[in-house]
Design a protein around this ligand. Structure first.
Ligand SMILES: Nc1ncnc2c1ncn2[C@@H]1O[C@H](COP(=O)(O)OP(=O)(O)OP(=O)(O)O)[C@@H](O)[C@H]1O
Ligand SMILES: [Mg+2]
Length: 562
């Protein structure tokens, strides 16, 4: 800011906005959309800070004075400078500039002073650094970790804009805390380096793929079928839906309930499970279910004189066939072929502990590798994990609850907009929408990450109090961000398509100044590099062997050789 060289006077003021007339052609050339400007407030120690939204050339015929351009500005805060240097930034303003007051560019040491004071808005204990301000890269940008995780957040940006790196950075920062509790759904297995034995900081849990069934390692996670709720289970095991196949569904439900009740009684849990329903996460044996259904479908029942066909005879053939093929499909092994221990009473507790324990010997950051889960089952797997964790948190005594965050990478794949969701996705959505609406009270938050915000559930996105938006080139996607955030701030929105890779805008209450941030690169980087096609084609080639190995992996449905 050069006090000798004002841009021009304030010529119009409205709620949260002002217009400034620029008189000098040389000044008009220096202003830029998205940069900051300042107007001294009556109280001489304070400045009203604004962001430039729009610059218009005034028609030559204008009679409003000797201006060459007009500048529209959104007021974003107030800077109270201290005599000894430094100062305090306050978001929002309760004061308005007077007409005729001079407006200045905010740059150089004044800008640096302002940006440094922005960080001080939050208590040092609750904030962490994410990068540097684009406006002045010598100033570090930090955000409030409390506010960012408190009421759901989103990281949005077109493909290759830097979302996965941002997620890795957020996790890396959180991992420095004693017991950060975060579960990341990793759809492509790209976050593996975060669990590297030497340099990593997270625990990797892999949902069992076909190659893990024979001798599963310690990091393999099974999700036994009995954890699924009724609708999910019916859709997965036999493609039956309550509405269209009510009779078949009720027969399945009858047997499942009986089997669960038998397990309950055998294990002496009748008191604990007195109000058990078919939806309760209680084990039963799938083979036993198949046997009972077969008996219904093919067996005979005693009649008046001799044996006769029972009431279910021939009515369950189709769902039974589907059930058998689903159970035998090795890709579904993580559901239907869990190790025998899943029938033991303490299995559920061990399972929940692996997902939820944090602090002490337990790395609180958990990366769940879903790369070998068949894509049609993805919504159910993610939703079931989320539902179980949420329920455990719900039933934890409130003073003992350790908050946790679920990071949903590639959320458009399993949390789509309601009108685009298929059956399984609709069921997954309801679990997540519940967390989005009620999770805050129980210390459960979501971090939704997506390259297609216009395809992600609006209910979930609209509950996000903070949005870290990286480059967004698609109009529809930009529209979503625009709709979810306050009016005005054109200067901020207009930057969305031109942000560089790894540059973002944090909008929400976790940041004092909504401006562009150059995000730091994480130390542990996801395996998501953007390939240099042209260069790679100059130096790399492939071979019969690589293709043969890929064909074998495709047959095995596993990249692992064992
Ligand atoms: N903060 C950063 N600093 C420097 N380079 C970055 C940064 N973030 C991302 N990049 C570069 O961009 C590439 C792609 O980033 P990333 O994998 O995070 O994209 P993405 O938004 O997750 O894409 P997709 O939607 O396809 O998953 C990285 O491999 C890296 O080269
Ligand atoms: Mg990514």
């Amino acid at each position: 800011m050069n006090p000798d060289k004002p841009l021009g006077p304030v010529v119009a003021v409205s709620v949260g906005k002002m217009s400034v007339g620029i008189s000098e052609p040389s000044a008009a050339e220096t202003v830029e959309v998205g940069r900051l400007c300042a107007v001294p407030h009556e109280d001489s120690n304070s400045w009203l800070i604004g962001m430039i939204d729009q610059i218009r050339r005034t028609p030559e015929s204008s009679t409003e004075g000797p201006k060459v351009a007009m500048m529209d500005v959104t007021m974003i805060g107030q800077f109270i400078s201290r005599d000894k240097g430094g100062g305090q930034f306050k978001r929002g303003t309760d004061a308005y500039p007077r007409l005729g007051t001079a407006c200045f560019h905010l740059d150089g040491e004044h800008l640096l002073k302002l940006l440094q004071s922005v960080n001080a808005t939050f208590d040092p204990q609750e904030r962490f650094e994410l990068g540097t301000f684009t406006l002045d890269q010598s100033a570090r940008a930090s955000i409030s970790g409390n506010r960012f995780f408190q009421r759901h957040a989103a990281v949005l940006g077109s493909t290759g804009s830097g979302k996965s790196w941002t997620v890795a950075l957020l996790l890396e920062k959180a991992s420095q805390l004693k017991s950060a509790n975060i579960v990341l759904f990793d759809l492509h297995g790209e976050y593996q380096p975060l669990s590297d034995e030497k340099t990593g900081f997270s625990q990797r849990l892999k949902i069992a793929g076909p190659g893990d069934l024979k001798s599963p390692g310690d990091d393999v996670l099974f999700l036994p079928y009995w954890l699924l709720n009724r609708d999910d289970l019916f859709s997965v095991i036999a493609d039956i839906r309550q509405e269209t196949a009510y009779n078949q569904a009720s027969r399945f439900a009858r047997h499942i309930f009986d089997l669960k009740a038998e397990w309950r009684d055998e294990n002496g849990l009748d008191e604990e499970l007195a109000s058990m329903t078919m939806d309760s996460p209680v084990p039963f044996e799938i083979d036993e279910l198949i046997e009972r259904l077969e008996q219904d479908n093919y067996g005979m029942v005693p009649g008046a004189r001799s044996e006769k066909k029972g009431p279910w005879n021939g009515l369950l053939t189709k769902p039974l066939e589907r059930l058998r093929s689903k159970v035998a499909d090795r890709r579904n092994g993580f559901l239907f072929q869990p190790p025998d221990q899943h029938l033991e009473p303490d299995w559920l507790q061990n399972f929940a502990s692996r997902l939820l324990l944090a602090g002490g010997d337990h790395p609180g950051i958990k990366v769940i590798d879903l790369s070998e889960v068949p894509s049609d089952l993805l919504p159910i797997v993610v939703a079931t994990l989320a539902r179980i964790m949420y329920q455990i948190q719900f039933w934890t005594v409130s003073e003992d609850r350790l908050p946790f965050c679920l990071v949903c990478d590639e959320a458009h794949l399993y949390l789509p907009r309601q009108d685009q969701a298929d059956g399984l996705q609709t069921q997954a959505l309801s679990s997540f929408e519940k967390i989005a609406k009620e999770g805050r009270k129980y210390g459960v938050s979501l971090l939704v990450v997506s390259q297609r915000p216009s395809d992600v559930s609006t209910t979930i996105l609209s509950q996000c109090s903070n949005m870290l938006t990286l480059r967004l080139t698609n109009n529809l996607d930009q529209g979503v961000v625009r709709r979810l955030l306050p009016d005005g701030m054109q200067g901020v929105y207009s930057a969305l398509p031109i942000l560089e890779t790894g540059e973002g805008l944090l909008l929400g209450d976790a940041v004092a100044l909504p401006t562009r941030i150059r995000l730091d690169a994480p130390n542990c980087r996801p395996i998501s590099a953007t390939r240099d096609f042209w260069l790679d084609w100059t130096k790399q080639s492939n071979s019969e062997d690589t293709i043969a190995a890929a064909v074998a992996a495709m047959r095995r449905q596993s990249r692992q050789v064992n």
